[in-house]
Design a protein around this ligand. Structure first.
Ligand SMILES: Cc1cc2nc3c(=O)[nH]c(=O)nc-3n(C[C@H](O)[C@H](O)[C@H](O)COP(=O)(O)OP(=O)(O)OC[C@H]3O[C@@H](n4cnc5c(N)ncnc54)[C@H](O)[C@@H]3O)c2cc1C
Length: 507
């Protein structure tokens, strides 16, 4: 007799929810994913303007060369060969630029080339740069899941309480090199005297190992993962907002959507921010101390993004990303005022299958605090439920976009002239599309001073309720894929899952 499949209900179709859904589908569970947006994928969503595709939240990804961690996860899921990807410039996947200096400091791929490139810029700092590389690699080795190995939490405990800024300061006395080494800290919204070095190391290491762009956008990952679930008989349902998790006798029995429809299952996985999940959960099984801790955790900052379509043939396409700083101290770029904004910005090119000679579209991104748009907080605007936030908001966006474009034009002459049209996203856009309170781009901010407080376990006091996504473990496509392994291991067992991933590499 065929055994009845266990039901898994996943709330949210970000990469976290979808990777969990795909893994559990592969392992015989019947999966239902419920997503409140029209488009699945959370931050993997893309949108098109003037025939150009823009990513909402993924510009480049690391760890995708054969044998590397994200490659292995995608190989296990059998999607690696189906993804349209482009490797970034091996000599310079990132360029760090300071207003006070005409030089572009390059981050090259592969540790040897990465070190050589920096040593060419800082010949007297050879030992410091080599030591830095060794230390980053050694920190990463302390995280078994990152290496796709079974291990305990002990090895990493020795590095959880180290501050990134202090770590870099211990490497070299050279101020410029210190700032160059932290120059892409926008990848993790790094804060001096706050962000633990393991976040810096795990993120940076993956890009040094290899850096990739998704051609025509990252939503292809969501589509491929969705197919795994539906091909196994599962369901991925959009336009379904969950508003309540119902607990009975110590277990979640169903979740309820905004229309009152109930969905029962054996396991429930929330891909929604843990604070928002707890708001939807009525139970006395979760202790107040835990609830208060999660509700009061600080989130990383939000951003202002200008997605620009370009006139044809005017701006060369580059397989590199720019991190531009108006001040020499890369740790101070969040401390802007209305007058000084922005203190830094990034420039990303969109990879298109139509051409890689000239750029069709670029994105400019700068930090922005939720408070800067808070006066429009009562509006809610998505494709599914469009609502105008009013003329004042439109003017605010226009002024910010033009300031950013003018600024970027100083470093990239001709950019302004090449602009065909532009579209903006503010912290309110991120809030409304991702379902967070404040539009935080990377979720809960990790803090070296109290590392365990900002470490969210996938497990809750309710045995059949699990968390997944960027707030568990680490953010980013790689970080969240690993979070999904940590979550699925609660159901499948860690050894089983790691063995299955490693065995799949031989196929
Ligand atoms: C501007 C920006 C740039 C970024 N750049 C990069 C990059 O270059 N490289 C990289 O690796 N990472 C990048 N990231 C980070 C990365 O995109 C995220 O860490 C990752 O996609 C988060 O995935 P997730 O599954 O945790 O959550 P999300 O993508 O936030 O998905 C959560 C999903 O849950 C849904 N949801 C919420 N509430 C409910 C509810 N009540 N009912 C039903 N559904 C609900 C949401 O609609 C959403 O679809 C960037 C992020 C942003 C915002």
């Amino acid at each position: 007799m065929e055994s009845v499949k266990q039901e898994v209900l996943i709330v949210g179709s970000g990469i976290g929810g979808l990777v969990c859904g795909a893994i559990l589908s592969k392992n015989g569970y019947h999966v239902t994913v419920l997503e409140r947006n029209k488009q699945i994928g959370g931050n993997l969503q893309t949108y098109a303007r003037d025939k150009c595709i823009f990513d909402s939240g993924v510009h480049y990804v690391g760890g995708l060369d054969k044998g590397q961690n994200l490659y292995k996860i995608f190989k296990y899921l059998d999607i690696i060969d189906k993804l349209k990807m482009q490797k970034l410039d091996e000599e310079a996947f990132d360029r760090i630029v300071f207003l006070s200096d005409q030089k572009e400091y390059k981050y090259a791929q592969g540790y040897e080339r990465f070190a050589e490139t920096l040593i060419a810029d800082f010949p007297k700092e050879r030992d410091a740069i080599l030591n830095y590389c060794e230390q980053i690699k050694s920190i990463c080795k302390k995280f078994p899941m990152y290496q796709l190995e079974v291990g305990d939490g002990f090895s990493k405990s020795t590095v959880l309480s180290i501050d990134t800024k202090a770590f870099i300061e211990s490497i070299t006395q050279n101020e410029r090199l210190r700032n160059v080494l932290a120059g892409n800290n926008g990848l993790y919204a790094g804060i001096g005297d706050h962000t633990p070095v393991y976040v810096h190391a795990l993120v940076l290491n993956s890009y040094i190992e290899s850096s990739w762009r998704f051609v025509d956008g990252g939503s292809q990952i969501a589509r491929l993962l969705c197919k795994i679930i539906t091909n196994a008989g599962g369901i991925v349902k959009n336009r379904t907002e969950i508003t309540r998790f119902h607990e009975e006798d110590g277990k979640i029995t169903y979740v309820e959507d905004s229309n009152g429809k109930r969905y029962e299952a054996d396991y429930f996985i929330s891909n929604v921010h843990p604070a928002r999940t707890l708001e939807m959960l009525e139970t006395d099984k979760i202790r107040n101390a835990y609830r208060n801790r999660i509700m009061n955790l600080e989130n990383s900052l939000s951003a202002f993004m200008v997605n620009i379509t370009l006139k044809p043939g005017l701006m060369k396409y580059e397989k590199t990303n720019y991190y531009c700083f108006l001040h020499d101290d890369v740790w101070q770029t969040m401390d802007h005022t209305d007058e000084t904004w922005p203190l830094s910005y990034c420039l990303f090119y969109s990879a298109s299958s139509k051409s890689d000679t000239y750029a069709e579209a670029i994105t400019l991104m700068a930090y922005m605090k939720y408070e800067e748009v808070e006066k429009w907080k009562d509006s809610f605007n998505t494709v599914l439920t469009p609502e105008s936030r009013g003329d004042e908001y439109e003017n605010f966006k226009k002024a910010k976009a033009e300031k950013l474009i003018n600024l970027a034009n100083e470093r990239f002459p001709g950019l302004k002239n090449a602009v065909l049209s532009y579209y903006c996203a503010t912290p309110l856009t991120f809030r409304d599309y991702m379902g967070t309170h404040d539009g935080s781009i990377y979720g809960i901010a990790k803090n070296y001073k109290d590392p365990l407080k900002t470490f969210i376990s996938p497990r809750t006091r309710i045995p059949n309720l699990l968390f997944t996504g960027q707030n568990v473990n680490l953010h980013g496509v790689l970080g969240v894929a690993i979070s999904s392994l940590v979550t699925c291991a609660e159901i499948l067992g860690m050894e089983f899952l790691i063995d299955a991933i490693n065995e799949a590499q031989e196929a």
